[in-house]
Design a binder for this molecule. Sequence first.
Ligand code: ZN
Length: 242
Amino acid sequence: MSAADAVLERARAGGVRGFVVPGTKLEDAPQAIAVANGRDDVWCAVGFHPHEAKDCDDAAFAKIERLASDPKVVAIGECGLDYHYMHSPRETQIAVFERHIALAKKLGKPIIVHNRESTDDCVEILLRSGARGILHSYTESLEVAEKLVAAGFFISFSGIVTFRSAEMLRGVAKALPHDRVLIETDTPYLAPVPFRGRDNEPAYVIKIAELLATLWGVPVEEVATRTTANFEEVFSVRLPAK
Ligand SMILES: [Zn+2]
């Protein structure tokens, strides 16, 4: 069994029913598609992470655009803004983000949005974009989340929501409408409690589901059913029967 299959099998054994592998740059887009191909519960996304925006010239974007029409590509991303590291200049990040949004709208696919210390610009761009999609590994306030949810976006929680210091974020997760919430790994980063410090993997999203169950006061099965339905809705896919 390949390393990818071993990871997927551990997650399936725990009850994870669907996966999206996001790309971050041109080089890993074909790999993301390759992981999705031949697996009926795996899809992928392609795009330039804001760290890589400086490499997104016309030729590179044209290649992403071609790959994006593959039937296994169910979203455009990661894309977005990151002013924490500023690996690419702000103006470049914004221009590349808007290009991804335009592509997603043209293809009728959602965007997977990365945002770090760039919330004002990010929200402004998203609210006037008319795009739909996911704010991934969400860490912002309830007020921002509510604005985005009102505009049709989904909010995805990574292992951060389980961290001891994330009390504010747990308040966000508790307050949001359940039909707008997703859970994710952001692997290999951000493994949830009690796996902090290890490489993250899809099996661990169950820990995030368990946390949501506590916050929402419902059985974990209900969180699983809800987030699975949200996955099918946002990515316009049908998961294989259990
Ligand atoms: Zn990200």
